[in-house]
Design a protein around this ligand. Structure first.
Ligand code: CP
Length: 320
């Protein structure tokens, strides 16, 4: 039985769906991070497979494009020995008018155990979770501008591997925060884990002032915001979600908000740089930073496999 209070947890307080970081208890976030830690070792072995989800069927439903998330979910499921089907949405019967709930009902009739859902509409994974059969688990792989919880988890996992004490960190999140589900999930994760200072940086048109209610400080000057920070997350301009011009031009944006080596020097000398990808080099980030020694961008991708293995194993009750 699921609690009416929180669709994500069952009556025993265990994770049943992963739909958002907002509302997720700290103990669950920490358990996901600790479980992922054990899977990092599995991913470094020659034989990278464990039998935890043998016999389970996992369906990837990506109604929006993806490189990292879709691929790492697929790899993670295979490394847990699950059967994985990545639905080719463009060639599926959704193009004939079948609703998302009918698609899910038909796949459930094929004995689906888990759905990984990416959709341009905020709330689509919640809708599926509300109508899912009791044994079925739903993971949000990014819904509109709402949340991208496994990205938020892999971000804090990457940060923790470099800087284990969240209560001593200052984190800057820079760029198109308005349209960023990654920013929302990361802010909720950082806040829940006790990060005392989160700086949100960007032009006024791209930083919603209401995010200050989460305890974040808003900056319009990147140079001011970077002084003394431990962690910098750079975000892509999400032109596909913008209605009208919210910035003058890509070159002016880079001049004001692009992370260059000179600007990075304003942060602490051991500061790390994250980016969820895909990157637009020369728009939000200089290649010298993206490929530099302080970048952990490709580590985020690698750790994404361990985080997604941990989430799927916990949902299936296999990580206890
Ligand atoms: N970080 C991320 O969601 O990347 P993809 O869109 O490639 O999955």
């Amino acid at each position: 039985m699921l609690s009416k209070r929180n669709l994500q947890l069952d009556d025993r307080g265990e994770l049943h769906h992963l739909l958002a970081i907002e509302g997720l208890p700290k103990r669950i976030i920490e358990r996901i991070l600790d479980t992922a830690e054990s899977f990092v070792g599995v991913n470094e072995r020659e034989v990278k497979v464990v039998p935890l989800l043998r016999g389970k069927s996992i369906f990837n439903l990506f109604f929006e494009n993806s490189t990292r998330t879709r691929t790492t979910f697929e790899i993670a499921a295979k490394r847990l020995s699950a059967d994985v089907v990545s639905l080719d949405v463009a060639r599926s019967s959704t193009s004939k008018g079948e609703t998302i709930l009918d698609t899910v009902a038909n796949l459930t009739a094929m004995h689906a155990d888990m759905f990984v859902v990416r959709h341009s509409e905020s709330g689509a994974p919640w809708l599926i979770a509300q109508h899912a059969a009791p044994h079925v688990h739903v993971i949000n792989a990014g819904d509109g501008r709402h949340e991208h919880p496994t990205q938020g988890l892999l971000d804090v996992f990457t940060i923790r591997r470099h800087k284990p004490d969240f209560t001593r960190l200052t984190v800057a999140i820079v760029g198109d925060i308005l349209h960023s589900r990654v920013a929302r999930s990361q802010i909720h994760a950082l806040t829940t884990l006790g990060v005392p200072e989160i700086r949100l940086v960007g032009p006024r048109t791209l930083v919603p002032p209401e995010l200050a209610r989460l305890g974040a400080r808003i900056y319009t000057s990147l140079d001011e915001a970077l002084v003394g920070v431990d962690v910098i997350t750079m975000l892509r301009l999400q032109n596909e979600r913008m209605n009208g011009a919210l910035i003058p031009s890509a070159s002016e944006y880079f001049a004001c908000y692009g992370l260059t080596p000179k600007r990075l020097a304003l942060a602490k000398p051991d500061a790390i740089v994250l980016h969820p990808g895909p990157m637009n080099r020369g728009v939000e980030i200089d290649s010298a930073v993206a490929d530099g020694r302080q970048s952990v961008i490709l580590q985020q991708v690698t750790y994404g496999i361990a985080i997604r293995m941990a989430v799927m194993a916990m949902l299936a009750g296999a990580a206890r």
